[in-house]
Design a binder for this molecule. Structure first.
Ligand code: ARG
Length: 275
């Protein structure tokens, strides 16, 4: 069994400052229109998250927020980028649909080859790269047929996983990639968020996976960002953080409580650009 973190590799992230953040519609069980949000606090927490990445030596690119798109802060949903190829997002709910072309334009303007999705998919929210594989969620947002579209585009095996609990509506709320090292891929996940068949698949693929507790999951504790050594997580992911430290990872708690009101955490705010 692996007991060591493989070590950090420099990452390139895309983020969107939550200038227009609020909860004005409800498309997941965490969102409550009646609960007040504090945009200034969201911005402050977001900047702290960005500074954490910069301090770790990563590159953070920025996309301009657009008024009327309060969920644009959740950059992970904007696209999936593998080997420099951009698979654009196509959102399920009308409230978020303009985000897909906005993110696609950001990439096209910078010379990336972008592919306009034919199928509904919510970017890295439902597509997580681990080694040579792409793990892909379905059940609430991304269509299963998008998994096939992504496989054809990227030429990497895409493994479909069925989400069954509406609180964990995107794969990145239920499963975290801790190490994407192809020689030693490592994940953490919350078993109750998956169908029985998908749990069996995860057990076969990742017998050493870290299993999150209900307490971790309820803090959106799986919504974490790892560079192979440092793991940025919500302060509430207490059990998972302890298990990560046992395996030699350095855990960094960053409070994203204001962004949790929209149903997201650190990973949701972070789109990885893989060249
Ligand atoms: N309010 C957003 C939605 O429901 C939150 C998205 C969170 N992003 C993520 N990658 N899980 O679509």
């Amino acid at each position: 069994m692996t007991t060591h973190a493989p070590g950090a590799t420099a990452r390139r992230y895309l983020m969107c400052e939550p200038t227009f953040y609020t909860v004005s519609y409800e498309i997941n069980p965490w969102m409550h229109k009646d609960q007040p949000t504090e945009t200034a606090l969201a911005v402050q927490q977001w900047r702290r998250l960005r500074d954490t990445y910069l301090d770790l030596g990563h590159t953070v690119e920025r996309i301009d927020p657009i008024p009327g798109l309060p969920d644009m802060v959740y950059a992970a949903n904007g696209a999936t980028v593998v080997d420099g190829i951009v698979y654009s997002a196509r959102f399920r709910y009308p409230e978020r649909q303009p985000e897909g072309p906005a993110y696609q334009k950001w990439f096209a303007d910078r010379g990336f080859v972008t592919h306009t999705a034919a199928r509904i998919n919510e970017g890295e929210g439902d597509m997580l790269v681990v080694g040579r594989l792409v793990l892909a969620g379905t059940g609430f947002r991304t269509e299963r047929s998008a998994h096939a579209e992504a496989q054809e585009l990227f030429g990497h095996p895409v493994i479909s996983l069925e989400l069954v609990d509406p609180h964990y509506y995107h794969l990145d709320t239920a499963l975290a990639v801790i190490s994407s090292d192809p020689a030693d891929p490592q994940v953490a996940y919350y078993p109750a968020a998956f169908s029985a068949g998908s749990r069996a698949v995860l057990e076969q693929l990742f017998p050493d996976a870290l299993l999150a507790t209900e307490r971790d999951a309820q803090a959106l504790g799986l919504n974490i960002v790892s560079d192979g050594q440092h793991v940025v997580h919500a302060p509430g992911a207490v059990d998972l953080a302890a298990k990560l430290r046992e395996r030699g990872y350095d855990t960094i708690a960053v409070d994203t409580s204001e962004l949790l009101k929209g149903g997201g955490g650190a990973k949701c705010c972070t789109l990885e650009i893989r060249s």
